[in-house]
Design a protein around this ligand. Structure first.
Ligand code: GUN
Length: 279
């Protein structure tokens, strides 16, 4: 039976640390400030944004929420980003994605000052990550690295397989594993013999967006399995990309959904915001 990697507990410990560091900063008159921008009424995004605000409050950050109507124009959104770029009490800017389809996501990300880009989505920060010299770590992959470390797993020399090649998770995930000297393979929808490739993995990261995609036959006995999926099954229950019941019989360690990667993503956002405030 696989060891459970408890993202909730690991996250709570890190947030406690961030809270203490924030208290020390307050003695110097510095309060980390995060602006969260949400456009439209997407229910999942609303939940994420509420959780981000709540997390800020818990560690003693200042936060501002800008909830804009779905019909907001590109010009209006860019004007807000520009205002926040220059707002002295704001250290981090987060524009919740996805944006309504009439808005140009790439242009909005490009407008965020790289110094306040706590998501690490801006091309300048993506470039820094590629060069192995990063100020802001992309939140989800960085949270996964923390989980791997907390589980006592060394990446060096390990076969790492990432399923999914998104800009937010798959690609930066592969880069962080590479920087710790893993041998990294990225799988995607066109990969031939994906189960066979996945079975080579000592560390398997699933970021596909399909419930039950990773089955037991795709997992090497003893492997570390990280489930990034956030899917709803037919009953509306939150579930990951991994068939947890079957895979946990085979894996050496596994993250649950919920309570695995999810809580770590927001924790890494807090860490980036704190780092931005220190600068
Ligand atoms: N939508 C889903 N995940 C994220 C994230 O990490 N940051 C932002 N800004 N939007 C998201």
């Amino acid at each position: 039976m696989a060891k459970l990697i408890d993202g909730k507990a690991i996250s709570a410990a890190l947030r406690e640390q961030i809270k203490q560091e924030t208290r020390l900063l307050a003695e110097q008159g510095i309060t980390p400030g995060l602006a969260v921008v949400i456009v439209g009424e997407d229910p999942a995004s609303q939940v994420y944004v509420r959780n981000k605000e709540k997390a800020c409050e818990e560690v003693g950050f200042y936060s501002e929420k800008y909830a804009l109507p779905a019909q907001t124009t590109q010009e209006e959104l860019l004007a807000l980003v520009e205002k926040l770029n220059h707002k002295p009490d704001i250290d981090g800017i987060l524009v919740q994605l996805p944006l309504p389809s009439h808005l140009d996501e790439k242009a909005v990300i490009a407008a965020i000052s790289p110094d306040k880009d706590v998501d690490a989505f801006h091309a300048v920060n993506v470039g820094r990550i590629m060069q192995g010299e990063y100020r802001f770590l992309p939140c989800t992959p960085a949270g996964i690295m923390e989980l791997i470390h907390a589980a006592g797993v060394a990446v060096e020399g390990k076969e790492c397989v990432v399923i999914g090649r998104s800009n937010i998770v798959g690609k930066p995930m592969a880069m962080l594993l590479l920087h710790e000297n893993g041998t990294v393979t990225i799988c995607h929808s066109r990969t031939k013999n994906l189960p066979e490739v996945a079975r080579r993995a000592d560390i398997l990261v699933a970021a596909v967006g399909k419930a039950g995609f990773v089955t037991a036959d795709m997992v090497k006995p003893g492997a570390v399995v990280i489930d990034v999926g956030m899917n709803r099954n037919a009953q509306g229950k939150l579930c990951g990309d991994v068939d947890f019941a079957a895979v946990s019989e085979i894996a050496g360690a596994i993250t649950p959904v919920p309570g695995g990667v999810g809580p770590m993503t927001i924790t890494m956002l807090l860490k980036n915001t704190l780092a931005a405030a220190r600068r």
